[in-house]
Design a protein around this ligand. Structure first.
Ligand code: AMP
Ligand code: ZN
Length: 111
């Protein structure tokens, strides 16, 4: 059983403002928002980063994560106007070592 902060949120051991959930993902508001809408879509399976996603051997998981991102955006009412970011590794600014995707919306972004 993983002890990381996102696994603990998934197990409901820590609180979070959940906006969407399905078999593969849990989506909740970022505690330190960088945009008017800032939600994290977190894989329920503990994977350290995108590098660890078995995209070729577990297509169901990979597809489920992207479906979860789409559905979270729809739930938030931002479909057609949002940015998705995943930080892969410390050098890219990854702080929480559990695969997650930031959904950001509601402001102008510089690429
Ligand atoms: P990253 O740099 O991609 O690893 O981003 C981690 C994100 O998780 C940051 O935007 C944090 O604000 C966010 N975060 C960390 N702990 C929590 C928490 N307990 N609830 C919600 N968001 C969190
Ligand atoms: Zn975890």
């Amino acid at each position: 059983m993983e002890d990381c902060v996102f696994c603990r949120i998934i197990r409901r051991e820590l609180p979070a403002d959940v906006v969407y959930e399905d078999e593969q993902v849990l989506a909740f508001k970022d505690i330190n928002p960088q945009a008017p809408t800032h939600v994290l879509v977190v894989a329920k399976k503990h994977l350290a980063s995108l590098d660890d996603l078995p995209a070729e051997t577990d297509e169901k998981l990979a597809a489920g994560i992207f479906s979860g991102i789409q559905k979270t955006a729809a739930r938030l009412g931002v479909s057609g106007g949002y940015k998705v970011v995943t930080n892969c590794g410390e050098a890219a600014g990854q702080v929480v070592g559990h695969l997650h995707f930031h959904i950001l919306a509601g402001k102008k972004f510089v690429p």
